[in-house]
Design a binder for this molecule. Structure first.
Ligand code: ZN
Length: 195
C-alpha cells in the first residue's frame, strides 16, 4: 500500500517558508536573515516592466537575473541589479513567490522603519504589478488580504507599510494609487480572524 499524497494546505506556509498556492519561481537574489530577526513588517511595492506595462515576463526575468538588456531601452538602467521580493501579485491576482519567507529577499534596499534600519532583515516584501498612479485591481487587494492571513499565521506581523515609507528619499511606491484604507482594513480584519 502506498501512502496517500499529502494534501496541499492552502493558506499555510510550508516548513521551508513557501506558500503552496503560489506559483514558485525561485530567485537567487536572497540571503540569510539575521538569527535574531523578528519578522513583523509587511512592505508593499509596485513594479512594472517596462514601466506602465502590465503584461509579459520582464519582472520575473529581472528577479531571476534573466532580463535581456536589449529588449527595451529602459532595461539598460537595470543591468547588474540583483533584486527580488518574496511575492509578486499580478494584475489578475496571480501570486508568484520568488524567495522563501524565512530568507531575506532583496526588495527594500537602504531603509529604516521606526528606528530600525535594514528593513529586509525583518520584513516580507510584496510587489504589486502596477505603477504609482494606476489603480490596483480588486483581484490584487483580495490576494494581498489572503496572503496577509497566511503570513500572519507564521510571523508576528504588526504593520503594513509602503516602500516609500521606509525609503522616502529614494522611493515612491506603491504610490498614491494604492488604497491604504482598503488594504489596511482587510489586513487588520483578516489578522483578527486569524488570531
Ligand atoms: Zn519598491
Amino acid at each position: 500500500m502506498s501512502k496517500p499524497p499529502i494534501p496541499r494546505r492552502e493558506g499555510l506556509l510550508d516548513r521551508e517558508g513557501w506558500l503552496p498556492e503560489a506559483r514558485r519561481i525561485a530567485s537567487p537574489n536572497f540571503d540569510q536573515r539575521p538569527e535574531e530577526a523578528t519578522i513583523d513588517l509587511l512592505v508593499i511595492h509596485n513594479i512594472s516592466l517596462p514601466p506602465g506595462h502590465f503584461d509579459g515576463d520582464a519582472v520575473i526575468r529581472l528577479f531571476t537575473n534573466r532580463l535581456d538588456p536589449g529588449a527595451h531601452p529602459y532595461y539598460a538602467s537595470l543591468v547588474g541589479l540583483r533584486v527580488s521580493a518574496h511575492f509578486f501579485i499580478r494584475r489578475d491576482g496571480e501570486l508568484i513567490q520568488f524567495v522563501s519567507c524565512d530568507q531575506r529577499a532583496w526588495h527594500a534596499g537602504a531603509s529604516t522603519w521606526r528606528g530600525r534600519s535594514r528593513c529586509n532583515d525583518f520584513s516580507i516584501g510584496v510587489e504589486l504589478e502596477g505603477s504609482d498612479d494606476h489603480p490596483y485591481s480588486d483581484a490584487q487587494y483580495e490576494r494581498l488580504a489572503a496572503l496577509s492571513v497566511a503570513l500572519r499565521r507564521r510571523y508576528p506581523l504588526k504593520e503594513m507599510v509602503g516602500h516609500a515609507d521606509i525609503a522616502p528619499d529614494r522611493k515612491t511606491d506603491p504610490g498614491p494609487a494604492f488604497d491604504w484604507a482598503r488594504a489596511r482594513n482587510e489586513f487588520n480584519r483578516k489578522c483578527a480572524i486569524a488570531g
